[in-house]
Design a protein around this ligand. Structure first.
Ligand SMILES: Cc1cc2nc3c(=O)[nH]c(=O)nc-3n(C[C@H](O)[C@H](O)[C@H](O)COP(=O)(O)O)c2cc1C
Length: 370
């Protein structure tokens, strides 16, 4: 029996701070706490590609991407890693705002070529500079700050007929801007269409040797001591199923057809049966828009968490480029690019909601000058 309380889960135990407690910290400790909140963000395959450099004299943090953690099979453009960086930025901004600080973020590198993954490529690429300064503007974000510590992806079946509150859907819609458009889909016909596209994307992925081997490296046994990657329990897999799928995807043992099928139909059925699907599109497939997408997505996830609503991301439609094109042409009638897709709903089974968090690296491994 795994208890998921090993060292690889320990950052989740960090105490949340009250505003007065934050104010008592030294400037360096304050920046460390902000980096911690960023580190709890979601990331593709739980790679946690962010590496923070703190400059407490200037109240600045530089976020770098560790190139080793841009995945060459599933993330050929580095888009998923950079969306993950946007998610981390959202957490940091929420925490800072909650403590009465504002964050000015500047993108340091928007050359897409630099982020294309190459096997065995290592090194840090600075991507965002953050300047933190006090602000008189106060906003009560206590529940959203708390959600940073509670948020997790729950890949499970949701209650198909339990609709999300209208006010919440209106809030999500309101996050659209000039560049990024939010699309909410709740009717069964369009959900079915999306689930078909997702099924195609998942099939493509599971049948691609390169992709499935990479997934096997990151989908781990439940008793893993790894600080990165996804234990099978986060997919609702038993210890045996997780071991088999880990080894089967890696190619160490034959992939059990039932496991493969369960995995690839999981996404399709999950989408079909979720009350609402959300996807984000942009006219331009730029680094700026990838970061902005990550920010919006994580802001939505925090709001959902604060409201007891679960969500699961599905990057297949985004990253299998033919499916992405077909989807936007047939579904939207435009050539806008889909940058993120996720489903939302209430857990059908309570135990799915009680699953553990995913592992995280220790803080001193992601803050390079800790
Ligand atoms: C950009 C991005 C893409 C993701 N794509 C998928 C996906 O295709 N399928 C999936 O099951 N989870 C996906 N996830 C969820 C991550 O696997 C998850 O965030 C990570 O394992 C950490 O777990 P946590 O979010 O519960 O802390 C994605 C997350 C991000 C940020």
């Amino acid at each position: 029996m795994n208890d998921y309380s090993g060292k690889n889960y320990s950052v989740w135990q960090t105490t949340q701070l009250q505003k007065q407690e934050f104010e008592k910290l030294s400037p360096k400790e304050q920046l460390i706490h902000l980096c911690l909140t960023a580190h709890l963000a979601p990331s593709s395959h739980n790679t946690q590609p962010w590496r923070f450099m703190i400059n407490s004299d200037q109240a600045e943090i530089t976020i770098n991407i560790d190139k080793e953690f841009i995945l060459p099979a599933s993330d050929v453009n580095g888009r998923q890693a950079i969306i993950s960086i946007g998610c981390a930025l959202a957490n940091l901004k929420v925490a800072a705002k909650n403590f009465g600080y504002q964050v000015e973020a500047t993108i340091l590198n928007n050359d897409k070529q630099i982020f294309k993954p190459i096997e065995k490529h290592t090194g840090l690429i600075p991507i965002i500079k953050i300047k933190v300064s006090p602000t008189a503007l106060t906003e009560n974000l206590a529940d959203i700050y708390q959600a940073i510590f509670e948020r997790k992806v729950t890949r499970a079946e949701y209650l198909e007929n339990s609709e999300l509150p209208t006010k919440l859907l209106e809030y999500i819609n309101s996050l659209s801007n000039n560049q990024i458009k939010i699309h909410l889909v709740s009717d069964i016909l369009r959900r079915l269409t999306i689930s078909e596209f997702q099924g195609q994307a998942d099939n493509f992925v599971i049948n691609s040797k390169k992709f499935s081997r990479e997934l096997g490296e990151w989908l781990l046994p439940n008793n893993t001591t790894s600080h990165v990657g996804m234990p099978g329990i986060n997919f609702g897999l038993s210890d045996e199923e997780a071991n088999r799928l880990h080894q089967g995807l890696k190619g160490d043992i034959p992939l059990n057809p039932a496991d493969g099928l369960k995995f690839s139909t999981g996404g399709k059925i999950g989408i079909e049966k979720s009350p609402t699907i959300c996807f984000l599109t942009a006219a331009d497939d730029t680094i700026e828009n990838w970061i902005a997408t990550g920010e919006i997505v994580e802001n939505i996830f925090l709001k959902l968490t604060a409201n007891g609503i679960m969500f699961t991301m599905h990057a297949g439609i985004t990253e299998v480029s033919l499916i992405n094109k077909l989807f936007s042409m047939s579904f939207l009638g435009t050539s806008r690019k889909i940058l993120s897709l996720f489903r939302m709903g209430y857990a059908k089974r309570k135990e799915d909601g009680d699953r553990p968090h995913s592992p995280r690296l220790p803080l001193d491994k992601v803050i390079i000058n800790y």
